[in-house]
Design a protein around this ligand. Structure first.
Ligand code: 26V
Length: 822
C-alpha cells in the first residue's frame, strides 16, 4: 500500500524526547524486551519494539487517569459490547500522543520505514460492521472528552473472517490476529471471575419457613480472565481501558478429572471454556438455536458485572450508591442478560430486596438499539434460556410480572398491547424478548439517528413507549475525526490547517471555517489535488492487488459496507448494467468516466448476499473486459473490506453510495466518513442521511427514492414490482440480461431466482427506486462535468459535517443518559 505523508500534529507532550533519544529507546526495547539485536530483528520485531516504546508513555497516562478517577470519586461509564471493531492501533496511539513525526524520524535513523511496519500490525476485527466500529469510535471519544470509561467485551481468538474472492465467490478464512502476539494487551490473571451455567436453583428459608433467598447451583463453571488494552484519547488527554474477557477452565489443569482417569472429560471442559471466546458470531441472515451465542452473552455480561460490583464495593462499600457512581450501557441487546444478572447479584449475593434491586438496576442501565429489522431482534427460546440460566429465567418472570402489573394498572392497554409489552413472546414457541428486557431494565433507550428513533417509537417499541413515554431519546451516531480524517487523510488535514489554522484539530466543528473557501478557485485546486493523490493511492492498490487498471481522473463511486439486501448493492449493480448498456448503445454521447467500487462481507450463511458478491464480480469481468466501453466504466470489487481498507477508500471517494431502502438503515456511519473526506452522497432519506442533508444542504447531496413512510405505505397496500419493472425499459433490460446469463455464461441460471425475486416480491423495493436512482446518477454526471461546481460541493460537505463527530455524540450520552461531566 502506498503511504502518504503524515500530518505534523503539534507535540502534545512537551516531555517527548527528540528522534535520537527515541531511536536509542527503540533499540533498548528491541534488545531487552523483544530479545533481538538489529542484525536479526524482523520487521515484526521492529513493530513490537515501536509499539512498546509508545505503550510505555501510554501507561503513564493510563495510571494517572485511573488514579484520578478513584481519588476524585468520579462516576464511571461501562460500555458493554459484544463487538469492538478497532482496526490497527499503532498510528492511533502515535498520532493521539503527538509523536508520529518523531517516531517516523527515529525509525528512519534506524533504517526502518514506519509505514511499512504499520502495515504489519493486524487489523483487530472483533466486530461485524457499524455497531462494532461505533463502539471503537466511542471508546476513543470517551477518552478524548475525558470520561472515565471502561469498555467490556470478548477477546475473540478469531474475529471477523478474512474474505477471499475465488472465481468471484466469497470464501471465508479464519483471521488469526493474535498469531504474532498482541503488544497492546495486558493479561490480568488475577482479575478472573467464575461464570456459571445450567444446574438448579434452591430456595433457602428462614426458621419460620419464609423464603430468605435463592441460591443458584450452576452445573458448569468457567473462568473469565481479563485482558486490558489502553485506549488513548486525543492528545493523550486521558487513557481508558478496554477489558476483554477470555474463557478458561476453572481449574486450568483439571487435575481432579484427569487423575480420576476422565481424560476426555478434562479435555471437553477445557474446550468448552475455550469455545466461549473462540469466534465472533456473524450478523447472520438466520439465527436459530445458537446456544453458544447466548453463552457468550452471559459469559461477558456476568464477568463484567462482577468486576464492576467488586470495583464499586471496594471503593464505596455499599451497592445502594451504584447508580450514582456507575452508568452501564448496553450496546444493543447482546448484553441484555446483564439486567437479570445484576438483579441476581444484588438479591441473591448481596441480599437486597427485589424492589430496591429493581430500582438500582433501572437507574444504572442505558440501552441503545441499532436495528429495527425484525430478523435481527434478539429473542431466546424459553426452554434454552431456562436450561442455561434457570435463576435468570425466574428473575425475568418476576420482572415481567411487575411490568405487566404496572401496565394493567394504567387501564390504558388492551390484551394485544399487554402481549406486546410482555418480556415473553407467547404465540408460536415461547421466547424471551431481549429488546423488551433491555427496555424495561433501563432508564434510557436511544436510537442512533432522528429517523430511526422516531420509527422505534412508532413500531417495535410503540407499546413500551406508551407505558414509559420519557425513556426513548435520540443520539445520532458519530465518528472519530482522529482516525477518519487526521490519520486516514493527512493531505486534507494539512490543507485545512494551512487554510484555517489548527482550531479544528481540537474542535472538529470548527472545520466549518472551510465553508467560505468553497468559492475560492485557488483553494479548490488544492483540494482537488489532495483528492487526486488519494485516488492515485487507491488506484495503485487496486492495480497491485487485483491487476485492474483504473483512471484516477474518473469519478470514483464507492459502496463499501456489509453486503445485505436492504443496503441494496443490487440496485447499484443493476444501474451499472443499465449504464453499460447505454454506453454501448450511444457511443457518441459525452459519458463521464466512472469507476464503481464495491467492498464488503456477506454473512457466511446469507445465500443472496453471497450471490450478490458473485454478481458484482461477474459484472466486473464482463464490463472491464469489453473494449467497446473504452474504459468509460469500470467495476471493482475490493476483497476483504475492513477498517484498514476503509482508511484508504474513504479519502479516495468522489461519490458515496448510501442507498438503503428507506426506514431500514438505522443510521449508517460510513456516510459520515465519506462526507468528512469530501465525497458527495447519493442516498435515500434513511438513517443519518436525513441529518446529513439538513447540514450540508439540499444542493450538496443527491437524494432520491421512496421515503420511509412511502415504503411502509406501499408494503401495506400491496406493492406490485412486476408492473414497475415492465414500465422501465432500462430496468427490465438489465434484469433480463442478468436473468438470461449474460454475466454468467458458464451457468446461465445462476441469477434466475435472484431476479425472479425482484418480480415476485422485491421486499427491498429495488424496482420502485430504480428509475429515480438512475436519474440521480445522470444528474451527478452533469455536476461532475462542471468541475469547480463539484469541488465547491465537496468542500461544503467537509466543512459542514463536523457535527457528526463521536465527541459530540458522546457528550450527548454523557449529559442526557449517563449523567457524567464531559
Ligand atoms: C444483525 C442482523 C442479524 C440477523 C439478520 C440480519 C441482521 C442485520 C443486521 C444486523 C446488525 C444489527 C446491528 C448493527 O450493526 N446495526 C448497525 O449499527 C450501526 C451503528 O449504530 C448503524 O450505523 C447501522 O445503520 C446499523 O445497521
Amino acid at each position: 500500500m502506498a503511504s502518504a505523508k503524515t500530518v505534523q500534529i503539534p507535540q502534545a507532550l512537551p516531555e517527548d524526547p527528540d528522534p535520537q533519544a527515541l531511536a536509542a529507546e527503540i533499540l533498548r526495547v528491541l534488545r531487552y524486551r523483544v530479545g533481538k539485536d538489529t542484525t536479526v530483528a524482523t520487521r515484526y520485531d521492529w513493530l513490537t519494539a515501536s509499539i512498546q516504546v509508545v505503550r510505555d508513555r501510554v501507561i503513564d497516562h493510563w495510571m494517572e487517569a485511573t488514579k484520578e478517577a478513584y481519588d476524585r470519586q468520579e462516576k464511571r461509564v461501562y460500555y458493554l459490547s459484544l463487538e469492538f471493531l478497532i482496526g490497527r492501533l499503532m498510528r492511533d496511539a502515535f498520532s493521539n500522543l503527538g509523536m508520529m513525526e518523531t517516531m517516523r524520524q527515529a525509525l528512519v535513523s534506524l533504517g526502518v520505514d514506519l509505514d511499512a511496519i504499520a502495515q504489519l500490525e493486524p487489523d483487530a476485527a472483533l466486530g461485524n460492521g457499524g455497531l462494532g466500529r461505533l463502539a471503537a469510535c466511542f471508546m476513543e471519544s470517551m477518552a478524548t472528552v475525558d470520561i472515565p470509561a471502561h469498555g467490556y467485551g470478548i477477546r475473540y481468538a478469531n474475529g471477523m473472517f478474512r474474505q477471499e474472492i475465488q472465481d468471484g465467490w466469497q470464501v471465508e478464512l479464519p483471521e488469526t490476529w493474535l498469531d504474532h502476539g498482541n503488544p497492546w494487551e495486558f493479561e490480568r490473571r488475577e482479575r478472573a471471575f467464575e461464570v456459571g451455567f445450567g444446574g438448579s436453583v434452591e430456595s433457602v428459608t428462614d426458621k419460620d419457613g419464609r423464603l430468605e433467598r435463592h441460591v443458584w447451583k450452576p452445573g458448569e463453571r468457567v473462568l473469565a480472565v481479563a485482558y486490558d488494552t489502553p485506549v488513548v484519547g486525543w492528545r493523550a488527554n486521558r487513557v481508558n481501558t478496554l477489558r476483554l474477557w477470555s474463557g478458561m477452565p476453572v481449574d486450568p489443569i483439571l487435575l481432579d478429572k484427569f487423575n480420576a482417569g476422565d481424560h476426555m472429560g478434562a479435555l471437553a471442559e477445557s474446550n468448552k471454556a475455550d469455545a466461549l471466546s473462540r469466534v465472533l458470531y456473524p450478523a447472520d441472515s438466520h439465527k436459530e438455536g445458537q446456544e453458544l451465542r447466548l453463552r457468550q452473552e452471559y459469559f461477558f455480561s456476568s464477568a463484567s458485572l462482577q468486576d464492576i460490583l467488586q470495583r464499586h464495593l471496594s471503593q464505596y462499600g455499599d451497592l445502594g450508591s451504584l447508580p450514582d457512581k456507575a452508568a452501564i450501557h448496553l450496546n444493543d441487546t447482546h448484553p441484555a442478560v446483564a439486567v437479570p444478572e445484576l438483579m441476581r447479584l444484588l438479591m441473591d449475593v448481596h441480599g437486597i430486596d427485589f424492589d430496591q434491586a429493581w430500582d438500582i438496576t433501572r437507574r444504572t442501565f442505558g440501552y441503545t438499539n441499532h436495528t429495527l429489522l425484525p430478523e435481527a431482534l434478539e429473542s431466546w427460546p424459553v426452554p434454552l434460556f431456562e436450561r442455561l440460566l434457570p435463576r435468570h429465567m425466574q428473575i425475568v418472570y418476576a420482572i415481567n410480572a411487575a411490568v405487566l402489573l404496572e401496565a394493567r394498572a394504567t387501564g390504558r392497554f388492551n390484551g394485544d398491547q399487554i402481549a406486546r409489552i410482555s418480556l415473553i413472546q407467547e404465540n408460536g414457541d415461547r421466547r424471551v424478548r431481549m429488546g423488551n428486557l433491555a427496555f424495561v431494565g433501563s432508564h434510557s433507550i436511544n436510537g442512533v439517528s432522528a429517523l430511526h428513533t422516531e420509527l422505534m417509537k412508532q413500531t417495535v417499541f410503540a407499546d413500551l413507549h406508551s407505558l414509559y413515554p420519557n425513556r426513548i431519546n435520540n443520539k445520532t451516531n458519530g465518528i472519530t475525526p482522529r482516525r477518519w480524517l487526521f490519520q486516514c487523510n493527512p493531505g486534507l488535514t494539512e490543507l485545512a490547517r494551512e487554510t484555517i489554522g489548527d482550531r479544528f484539530l481540537d474542535d472538529i466543528e470548527a472545520i466549518h471555517d472551510l465553508d467560505r473557501f468553497a468559492e475560492d478557485a485557488g483553494f479548490r485546486d488544492k483540494f482537488a489535488a489532495v483528492k487526486r493523490a488519494n485516488k492515485e493511492r487507491l488506484a495503485t492498490l487496486v492495480a497491485e492487488r487485483l491487476g485492474i487498471k483504473v483512471d484516477p481522473s474518473a469519478l470514483f463511486d464507492i459502496q463499501i459496507k456489509r453486503i445485505h439486501e436492504y443496503k441494496r448493492q443490487l440496485l447499484n449493480i443493476l444501474e451499472a448494467i443499465a449504464l453499460y448498456d447505454q454506453i454501448r448503445s450511444h457511443p457518441e454521447r459525452d459519458w463521464v468516466p466512472r469507476v464503481k467500487f464495491f467492498g464488503g462481507k456477506a454473512a457466511p450463511s446469507y445465500h443472496n448476499a453471497k450471490l450478490i458478491i458473485k454478481l458484482a464480480n461477474d459484472v466486473a469481468k464482463v464490463i472491464n473486459g469489453d473494449p467497446s466501453v473504452r474504459g468509460l466504466l469500470k467495476v471493482v470489487f475490493v476483497p476483504n473490506y475492513n477498517v484498514s481498507a476503509a482508511e484508504v477508500m474513504m479519502p479516495a471517494a468522489d461519490l458515496s453510495e448510501q442507498i438503503s431502502t428507506a426506514g431500514m438503515e438505522a443510521s449508517g456511519t460510513g456516510n459520515m466518513k465519506f462526507a468528512l473526506n469530501g465525497a458527495l452522497t447519493i442516498g435515500t432519506l434513511d438513517g443519518a442521511n436525513v441529518e446529513i442533508r439538513e447540514r450540508v444542504g439540499d444542493d450538496n447531496i443527491f437524494i432520491f427514492g421512496l421515503k420511509a413512510d412511502e415504503v411502509a405505505e406501499r408494503r401495506a397496500n400491496g406493492y406490485q414490482p412486476r408492473a414497475i419493472i415492465e414500465g422501465s425499459r432500462e430496468l427490465s433490460q438489465a434484469i433480463a440480461a442478468v436473468s438470461s446469463g449474460v454475466f454468467s455464461p458458464d451457468d446461465p441460471d445462476r441469477y434466475r431466482d435472484l431476479m425472479n425475486g425482484l418480480y415476485d416480491s422485491d421486499w427491498f423495493m429495488v424496482a420502485a427506486d430504480f428509475d429515480a436512482y438512475a436519474a440521480a446518477q445522470r444528474s451527478i454526471d452533469d455536476v461532475w462535468r462542471d468541475s469547480p461546481a463539484w469541488y465547491a460541493r465537496a468542500i461544503r460537505n467537509v466543512a459542514r459535517v463536523g457535527w457528526f463527530s463521536s465527541d459530540r455524540t458522546i457528550r450527548e450520552y454523557a449529559k442526557d443518559i449517563w449523567n457524567v461531566p464531559a
